[in-house]
Design a protein around this ligand. Structure first.
Ligand code: A2P
Length: 314
């Protein structure tokens, strides 16, 4: 049975569940198997929103799990993302069709530009403008095979730039968000522009995440008799952002879709963690060693291309 978590309504009237399951499994062997198991478990435990991407190599597995789950397709929101290597002319449509074929879901509910900076085949950053990619994304709406289009990893100046020539306002922007990186300005900006904001890595990568050991969060967890992860996710949803935590464990999947209600004061306490201790105001994204490799996202894209504040990626 689907869980009774809140839904959010996108700027085109489409509704999405406030919690989805992430299926980025890292770049190691066995990602397909883990993504299949995770998606199936998630659907069996009430999730109705699955987040994947061309670049995760999990679309085939996600699609197979959806088919095997016996959950009616119309009940599931399937979200995937354009490969950063598919920004050029005609490539957007080709890449979209490939994703749809791998998923085998008949249509894609939400399709996002994965990152503003395109990559060449050799993984060097390309200068292909995302504004042009966006107009190709808009054209996909005419195919009737995608319900909503959006963006991911776009900071305010890039969204402003995109909106200057866009015919369709992106329905959603998926970025790294959690109490150590609440991106308050971006949130206000997106609200003003009617772009729904969604959190990737909402638990700050779980496991060893400092978030789950943070005193403010653990004391609220104790008070509410829930886990630290549930406080972090409840805060995320209650502030109006959807979240896509990943877990391959049935108990944690269940936990992550069971919210508690925080008071206004408690919400405020979590929102202020990064202000009260400025060392805690930071990205928890270490994949590709943003810092170790000289401020390059995934080791290749200079941080300034994304226009994120370098001080938060130390
Ligand atoms: P696991 O798959 O073993 O549950 P994020 O979505 O922020 O990137 O975090 C994903 C990581 O968080 C995964 O390593 C996942 O491990 C872990 N995780 C997911 N849910 C929880 C939870 N409720 N408590 C602790 N760790 C979690």
């Amino acid at each position: 049975m689907a869980s009774n978590i809140p839904t959010f309504t996108l700027n085109n009237g489409v509704k999405i569940p406030s919690i989805g399951v992430g299926t980025w499994m890292g770049g190691y062997e066995g990602v397909e198997e883990e993504a299949y198991r995770t998606t199936l478990l998630a659907l069996q435990n009430g999730y109705r929103y699955i987040d994947t991407a061309s670049g995760y190599n999990t679309e085939l597995a996600v699609g197979q799990a959806i088919k095997d789950s016996d959950v009616p397709r119309e009940e599931i929101v399937v979200q995937t993302k354009l490969s950063p290597m598919a920004h050029g002319p005609r490539k957007v449509k080709e890449s979209f069709e490939k994703s749809l074929e791998l998923l085998g879901t008949g249509w894609i509910d939400v399709y996002l530009i994965h990152m503003p900076t395109a990559l060449n085949e050799d993984w060097t950053p390309s200068d292909h403008p995302y504004t042009e990619t966006w107009s190709q994304m808009e054209a996909l709406l005419d195919t009737g095979k995608v319900k909503s289009i959006g963006i991911s990893n776009f900071a305010i100046p890039l969204i402003e730039d995109l909106l200057a020539s866009a015919k369709v306002v992106p329905a959603l922007n998926q970025v790294e968000l959690h109490p150590y990186l609440p991106s308050l300005e971006l949130k206000t900006f997106c609200e003003q522009k009617h772009i729904h904001l969604q959190a990737w890595t909402p638990l700050g990568k779980g496991g060893d995440s400092p978030l789950l050991k943070d005193h403010v969060i653990t004391s609220l967890a104790k008070k509410h008799s829930v886990t630290a992860a549930q406080i972090v996710l409840s805060w995320g949803v209650q502030r109006g952002t959807s979240v896509v935590p990943k877990s391959s464990n049935a108990d944690r999947l269940k936990q992550n879709i069971t919210l508690t209600v925080l008071t206004a004061e408690e919400m405020d306490a979590v929102t202020k963690i990064h202000v009260q201790d400025s060392k805690k105001h930071k990205s928890l994204f270490h994949v590709g060693a943003v810092t170790e490799k000289g401020g390059r996202i995934n080791g290749v894209i200079p941080l300034e291309k994304f226009k994120w504040d370098p001080a938060l990626y130390q």
